[in-house]
Structures are given as structure tokens and as C-alpha cells.
Write a protein that binds this ligand. Structure first.
Ligand code: MRU
Length: 340
């Protein structure tokens, strides 16, 4: 999608320089900086530190990382690099899906440049899936559902290009419709405020930021026509793990009769898990709640403390929304209504 009018992807192969390039999402929206590397460890660290984040982008990053790992360090591919990438974050199943794809390819004898091509193909397939999701989603949203609330960032930064939850919004916008997006700020890391709102501005989509706690009230006031979110892992019964706060949104949506759509490519489905109860939920550090980071007037990044010294904090990064609260799950294969 567009950054200052130029098409851009969250992660991609730079064929001219033979390296992987990604956007350091920790600096957005204040600074747009691209990074480049030939070292797989840089990509593992990018996932771990959330310089890249969002389930499909994490998967694509692991695919590129493992392709580089085979090229620079083939002897340690199985014993070091596969576990290194699999250990970077626990919840988004796309990571494990991508690692399995690369492991299988190496076992089948794919080598060198062919592994890079496979990683490129992996990323490209996610982008194609997102476009298709966008077409299905635009159908759902076109029925007068133009005031759309979204949570976290399930935009192109999170999904290589187009986004999952945002694909339908971008599709409608490019068709000349005028959707309006309520962007949940998404405490504590503020992916909504920092990333989704920035994406919307870059594409010229109308949006308004909401405090997370305001979402239910906006629904009660009749100002939300639909909710669209992404997913990090979907169990066989349709339970959905997504950014913390999604479950609360689903309860409010149900109470107010507002449709709640989940947009996710096939790589986000985990058919090995019967229900959402088995999905591993990432617990993150207390400092994400106790401190805030932003840019001051001089352009310097600053961290400030928000709570008294000695206060403890509990920080689950994801929650599970039961399938009963979801109107439809939209993947590149179609629109699924979980059986109630
Ligand atoms: O912790 P993050 O920022 O990686 O969490 C991202 C989300 O929860 C997204 O909603 C999800 O990955 C869907 S991405 C298209």
C-alpha cells in the first residue's frame, strides 16, 4: 500500500542487493525507516522485538529468515535456526506454518536461491489471499456498513500488503465508497493509534481514533455498523485468538446486535486445535503497561512512567473470542459462519 504516495510492503526481498528489507514498525508513525539484512539472526530479532509484527508478516519474515539461514549457515539449519525462529513469539500460528513450509522444502532438497524464491512465493501468496479477503469483505461491508470499528493493526504492516481486516476497507475506498474507520487505540502497545491510523492517513481513508474503553459506548450510541478484526490463530471450532481487547469487543457487539467479522488467510487456521482453549497466549512484560513511549517536540523518542513505582501489571497480549460471538470468518476461500 502507499507511503507518501509510493507503494510499499512490510517485508520483501531486494533482488538488486540480495537482502531482505523490512519496515521497523517500532518507530512508526514518527519515523519511516527501512532495514536490510542478509543475516537470519536480524530477522529473528525483528520478530522478537516486534520491529515486525502481525501474524502474516511474522510468517513471511520467518520464511525469509530460514531461507537466509540455509544460505549462510546450512549446518545449523535444523538444530539452531528452526527452533530459533519457532521460539520468537508463541501465539500467531502463521510463524509455525511458515517454519513448517521451509523445513519441508529443505527436507525435499530445495537449496539456495530456490529457498529465497519459496519465501517470496510464500509472501506473495499471503498478499493474494488478502486481496481475495478484501473482495469478500467489501461485499459484507457494502450493505450500508460503512462505519467500521477495528482493533489493533490488521493492516498491510501486519500482513505484508493490503492487510486482512483492512483489505475490505481499502477495496471499498478504491471503489469510490467512503468508509469511515473507528480505530481502537489498542493498549498497551498502541498498534491502532500508531499503525492503523497512520495506514489510513497514508491511503486517504477517513478515520477517528477511539480509546479502547470508548468502543462499547460508541456501539450503544448507534455509531458503529460493523467490527472487523484480524486473527493470530483460529481453532477448528472457529474460536479466534487476536489482540487483547477483541473478546470484550465481541461481547459488546453481541449485546448491541452489531456484526463482528474476522479476516484471516488460511495460514492463520490451526486445525490441530479443537478449540481456542488450547491456543498459547503470549504474556508480555509489565513495563508495556507501566510506561509509555512517544516522540517529544525535539524529535527524540522518550519513555515516561505512567504508574507509581512498585505497582505491578499483568499483560496478556492476546485473548480468545468464542466462535458464538463471531458473525463470520472471512478467508481467501470464502465467508464462513461458525455453527452455533
Ligand atoms: O502483537 P501483534 O502486534 O503482533 O498483534 C497483532 C494482532 O493481534 C493482529 O490483529 C493480528 O496479527 C492480525 S494481523 C493481520
Amino acid at each position: 500500500m502507499l507511503v507518501e504516495g509510493r507503494a510499499c510492503r512490510a517485508i520483501e526481498w531486494d533482488a538488486t542487493n540480495g537482502c531482505v528489507c523490512w519496515i521497523d514498525q517500532r518507530l512508526l508513525p514518527f519515523r519511516f525507516e527501512r532495514r536490510a539484512t542478509k543475516d537470519p539472526e536480524d530477522l529473528a530479532r525483528a520478530i522478537e522485538t516486534m520491529a515486525v509484527r502481525g501474524a502474516p508478516t511474522i510468517g513471511a519474515t520467518a520464511a525469509y529468515g530460514l531461507a537466509l539461514a540455509w544460505i549462510v549457515d546450512p549446518c545449523r539449519f535444523a538444530d539452531h535456526w528452526l527452533p530459533r525462529f519457532r521460539g520468537t513469539r508463541p501465539t500467531a500460528v502463521n510463524l509455525f506454518h511458515a517454519c513448517d513450509v521451509m523445513e519441508r522444502a529443505v527436507a525435499e532438497g530445495l537449496r539456495g536461491r530456490r529457498l529465497i524464491e519459496l519465501a517470496e512465493d510464500y509472501a506473495e501468496r499471503e498478499v493474494r489471499a488478502n486481496r481475495r479477503i478484501g473482495e469478500f469483505m467489501a461485499e459484507c461491508l457494502a450493505r450500508g456498513r460503512r462505519r467500521i470499528l477495528t482493533h489493533c493493526n490488521a493492516g498491510w504492516l501486519a500482513a505484508v500488503d493490503w492487510g486482512t481486516a483492512t483489505a475490505g476497507i481499502y477495496a471499498l475506498h478504491r471503489q469510490g465508497e467512503r468508509p469511515h474507520v473507528w480505530v481502537d487505540e489498542t493498549r498497551p502497545r498502541l498498534q491502532g493509534a500508531r499503525l492503523t491510523a497512520w495506514e489510513m492517513l497514508q491511503e486517504g481513508v477517513s478515520c477517528t481514533l477511539l480509546a479502547d474503553g470508548a468502543a462499547a459506548w460508541m456501539m450503544a450510541r448507534g455509531e458503529v455498523d460493523a467490527i472487523v478484526v484480524g486473527a493470530d490463530r483460529i481453532a477448528r471450532n472457529g474460536d479466534v485468538a487476536n489482540k487483547i481487547g477483541t473478546y470484550a469487543l465481541s461481547l459488546a457487539a453481541r449485546e448491541h446486535g452489531i456484526p463482528m467479522y474476522v479476516a484471516a488467510p488460511s495460514s492463520t487456521f490451526d486445525m490441530s486445535l479443537e478449540s481456542g482453549r488450547a491456543i498459547p497466549i503470549e504474556e508480555r512484560g509489565a513495563e508495556e503497561l507501566l510506561e509509555a513511549e512517544g516522540m517529544d517536540e525535539s524529535g527524540a523518542f522518550r519513555r515516561v512512567r505512567l504508574a507509581a513505582e512498585g505497582v505491578d501489571a499483568c499483560n496478556p497480549a492476546f485473548d480468545v473470542t468464542p466462535f458464538q460471538n463471531i458473525s463470520a470468518i472471512i478467508s481467501e476461500q470464502g465467508i464462513f459462519t461458525p455453527e452455533r
